[in-house]
Design a protein around this ligand. Structure first.
Ligand SMILES: [Mg+2]
Ligand SMILES: [Zn+2]
Length: 164
């Protein structure tokens, strides 16, 4: 069961966004390009709030190449993240810090998962040891980034949208 007892040994709990915090749209691009197509996962939202109220540090680590592709502006991406925050605050939690790679894969940046660049940024901000950090994601690139960086990984997949 995913609850605060499960995370007792961790100080910093990191979440992937798509497929974990929200459903992955079945549209060909699989990108969420506006906040109206955001379908949140109540299980993970409640978990995040439970962890926050248990004094854990929580953040989101996500690839959003859709920005680099020009499919969505940073402004609109922030609106999507504001909507996630609002849902968490409504449940009694606090707003999240989002670590985002917006780059095109072809740029070969250091932060696009499966590279561990974003995880390194998080560590520099939170200063939590690697053995007290866990990353929860739904894809092999999440697992690879976590392993490469040397933190624990937990696979979690939220159900997909059946129709749009
Ligand atoms: Mg994902
Ligand atoms: Zn990047």
């Amino acid at each position: 069961m995913l609850n605060k007892t499960f995370f007792a040994d961790y100080e910093l709990i990191l979440f992937d966004r798509d497929g974990v915090i929200n459903e992955v749209p079945k549209s060909p691009s699989r990108y969420i390009l506006n906040d109206s197509s955001l379908i949140l996962n109540p299980v993970i939202l409640s978990l995040i709030v439970e962890l926050q109220l248990d004094s854990k540090k929580v953040a989101v680590v996500t690839n959003q190449q859709c920005v680099g592709k020009g499919l969505i502006s940073l402004y609109d991406l922030n609106l999507i993240h504001k909507k996630i925050d609002e849902a968490i605050i409504k449940l009694g939690g606090y707003s999240l810090k989002f670590y985002i790679c917006t780059h095109l894969e072809s740029l070969d940046c250091k932060c696009r998962k499966p590279k561990p660049g974003l995880l390194e940024l998080v560590r520099n901000d939170f200063m939590v040891s690697k053995d007290k950090t866990i990353y929860i994601g739904d894809s092999p690139s999440d697992e690879e980034a976590a392993k490469c960086f040397g933190i624990k990984f937990l696979e979690y997949k939220y159900k997909e949208v059946n129709s749009l």
